[in-house]
Design a protein around this ligand. Structure first.
Ligand code: NAD
Length: 475
C-alpha cells in the first residue's frame, strides 16, 4: 500500500517514501510519502488559498460539514481502530472503545461550539468596547505517535470549526489513520485545501512547516526537546505546546486504597505506558508504603501483555525498536541507581506466536525510588512505575514539584481540606482528585513548566485558533 500527501484535496506522491511498520509484528504496513520543503510550500499555499472562503462560510454551514466528518468517523470505528492498533501498537480495547469514538466526539463538540462563539463587552462612559473572535489563518498541526488519531482530531476539529485551514503533519511512526481522516474530510464535503496533510520526518517536513511565514499558528504535541526546537525556528507565531510529562500520583494514608491501586495501575500501564499524562511517579505516604508496594506489584504482575488485537491485552508493543531500547535502558538503569525491582525487568514476556517479534517490554515496578534518580526525573514513556515514599503533606508537595515537568497530577485522600490544598499547590496544568485522568472537552488541557504553554479544550482553544479583536466605538 502507498500513502501519499493530501494537498488541495488531491493525493500528491512523494519524491521519496518511508515505511511504516507494525510494532507488534514488524510487518511493513505501507510506504508513506516523505515530504520536504516543496510539499510543505504547496500545502501551505493550498491552505492559504482555501482560507477566505472557509473562514467566510456561515458557522452553521461549517458546523454541518464538521458534524458530518464526526458521523463518518463514528461509522468507521472498527476499521480505523484496527489501522490505529496495527500502526502504533495501542491495544484494540483502547482504540476501538475509547480513542476512535472520542475522535468523533471531538468533531461533534467543536461543530456545536463554533456556532456559539461569543465575545465580551466592556462599556465605559465614553466607549463601547466589544470583542470579536476571528480565525487566525493557516495553522500547522503537528502530532506525535502515541495516540495519533485522537490527537490529530483534537487539533483538526477546533482548528477547522473556528474557520482556519490546516496543514497536518503526523509522526512518521504512525501516519496511517490521519491519512484516512483526510479522505473522510473530503467525503464529508469539507472543501479541498481546508485540511492538507504532509507526511514525513520532523527535520524534513516539520521544520519548514513551522518556519513557513504564511503559517500563523502552531498546535504542537510532542516531546519537550522538539517543542523547544520549534519555538526557536518558528519565530513570531501563536503557539500551543503540549509537551512531555512525569506526573506525580500522590497517595495519602487515608486514601481509599483499593480505588487508588486500580487507578494507579491504569494510569501507568494503560496505553502501553506511552501516555503523556501517565502517573509515572507514584508518591506513597510512608505509613502505607510497604502495603501499597506489595499490592501494586501483585496487580502489575497480572497486567496482561500480548497481541494488541486481543481485547484482553492491556500492554501492547512499544512503538519502535529505538523506543523499546530507550525504555529498556531505564529498566537497566533503575537497580544501578539503587531502586528495588519489584516486578518486570528485562526478561521476555510470554507472547502469542503472531507477535513474538514485537517490541515488547514487561510492566515494571521500581520501589524505594529517590526522586533525584534519573528513572524518577526522565520521561520514560513506557510501562515503568516508580514508587517513592513520602513523610507528610509538605514532603509530598515538595517531591511532586521537584521535577522539570508540570502536565498532570493525581491526589488520593479522603481529607477534603488536604485534597484542595495539595491540588492547589502542585505545579501542573491539571489535577485529578481521587480519580484517574478523565477528559472533559470543556476543560483546559495542557501543562506548565517544561510540559508546555497554552491550553486547548472548550473556549481555551480560542487561545491558539482564534484571534481576538477589540472594537471600541465612541459614544
Ligand atoms: P517528538 O517530539 O519526537 O515528535 C512529535 C512530532 O514532531 C512528530 O510528528 C515529529 O515528526 C515532529 N517533529 C520532530 N522534530 C521536529 C522539528 N524540528 N520541527 C517540527 N516538527 C518536528 O515526540 P514523539 O516521540 O512523537 O511523542 C512523544 C512525546 O509526546 C512525549 O514526550 C509525550 O509526553 C508527548 N505527548 C504530549 C502530549 C500532551 O498533550 N502534552 C500528548 C501526547 C504526547
Amino acid at each position: 500500500m502507498k500513502i501519499d500527501h493530501l494537498i488541495n484535496g488531491k493525493p500528491v506522491s512523494g519524491s521519496d517514501y518511508f515505511e511504516t511498520v507494525n510494532p507488534a509484528t514488524q510487518e511493513v504496513l505501507a510506504e508513506v510519502a516523505s515530504g520536504g520543503e516543496a510539499e510543505v510550500h504547496a500545502a501551505v499555499a493550498a491552505a492559504k488559498e482555501a482560507f477566505p472562503k472557509w473562514a467566510g462560510m456561515p458557522a452553521p454551514q461549517r458546523a454541518k460539514l464538521i458534524r458530518k466528518l464526526g458521523d463518518l468517523i463514528a461509522a468507521n470505528v472498527p476499521a480505523i481502530a484496527q489501522t490505529e492498533t496495527d500502526d502504533c501498537g495501542q491495544v484494540i480495547a483502547q482504540t476501538g472503545k475509547q480513542l476512535v469514538p472520542r475522535a468523533a466526539d471531538n468533531f461533534y463538540y467543536f461543530a456545536e461550539m463554533c456556532t456559539r462563539v461569543d465575545g465580551h463587552t466592556y462599556p465605559t462612559e465614553t466607549h463601547l468596547n466589544y470583542t470579536l473572535f476571528h480565525p487566525v489563518g493557516v495553522c500547522a498541526l503537528i502530532s506525535p505517535w502515541n495516540v495519533p488519531f485522537m490527537t490529530a482530531t483534537w487539533k483538526v476539529a477546533p482548528c477547522l470549526a473556528f474557520g482556519n485551514t490546516a496543514v497536518l503533519k503526523m509522526s512518521e511512526l504512525s501516519p496511517l489513520t490521519a491519512a484516512r481522516l483526510g479522505e473522510l474530510a473530503l467525503e464529508a464535503g469539507i472543501p479541498p485545501g481546508v485540511l492538507n496533510l504532509v507526511h514525513g520526518y520532523g527535520k524534513d517536513a516539520g521544520e519548514p512547516l513551522v518556519a513557513h511565514p504564511d503559517v500563523r499558528a502552531i498546535s504542537f504535541t510532542g516531546s519537550t526537546a522538539t517543542g523547544n526546537r520549534i519555538v526557536k525556528s518558528a519565530g513570531l507565531k501563536k503557539f500551543s505546546m503540549e509537551l512531555g510529562g512525569k506526573s506525580p500520583f500522590v497517595i495519602f494514608e487515608d486514601a481509599n486504597l483499593d480505588r487508588a491501586l486500580d487507578a494507579a495501575v491504569f494510569m501507568i500501564f494503560s496505553n502501553n505506558g506511552e501516555r503523556c499524562t501517565a502517573g509515572s511517579r507514584i508518591l506513597v505516604q510512608k505509613s502505607i508504603y510497604a502495603d501499597f508496594a506489595a499490592k501494586f506489584a501483585e496487580r502489575a504482575r497480572r497486567v496482561r501483555v500480548g497481541d494488541p488485537l486481543d481485547e484482553k491485552t492491556i500492554v501492547g508493543p512499544m512503538i519502535s525498536q529505538a523506543h523499546l531500547a530507550k525504555v529498556r535502558s531505564y529498566i537497566e538503569l533503575g537497580p544501578k541507581e539503587g531502586a528495588t525491582l519489584l516486578c518486570g525487568g528485562l526478561g521476555a514476556p510470554d507472547l502469542p506466536e503472531r507477535v513474538r517479534k514485537g517490541n515488547y517490554v514487561l510492566p515494571t515496578v521500581f520501589a524505594d525510588v529517590d526522586n533525584r534518580m534519573k528513572i524518577a526525573q526522565d520521561e520514560i514513556f513506557g510501562p515503568v512505575a516508580c514508587l517513592i515514599p513520602f513523610d507528610d503533606e509538605a514532603d509530598a508537595i515538595r517531591l511532586a514539584n521537584d521535577i522539570q515537568y508540570g502536565l498532570s497530577s493525581y491526589v488520593w485522600t479522603e481529607n477534603i481540606g488536604r485534597a484542595h490544598r495539595v491540588a492547589a499547590a502542585v505545579e501542573a496544568g491539571m489535577c485529578f482528585v481521587n480519580s484517574q485522568n478523565v477528559r472533559d472537552l470543556r476543560q483546559p488541557f495542557g501543562g506548565t513548566k517544561a510540559s508546555g504553554t497554552g491550553r486547548e479544550g472548550g473556549t481555551w482553544s480560542y487561545e491558539v485558533f482564534c484571534e481576538p479583536k477589540n472594537i471600541a466605538v465612541s459614544m
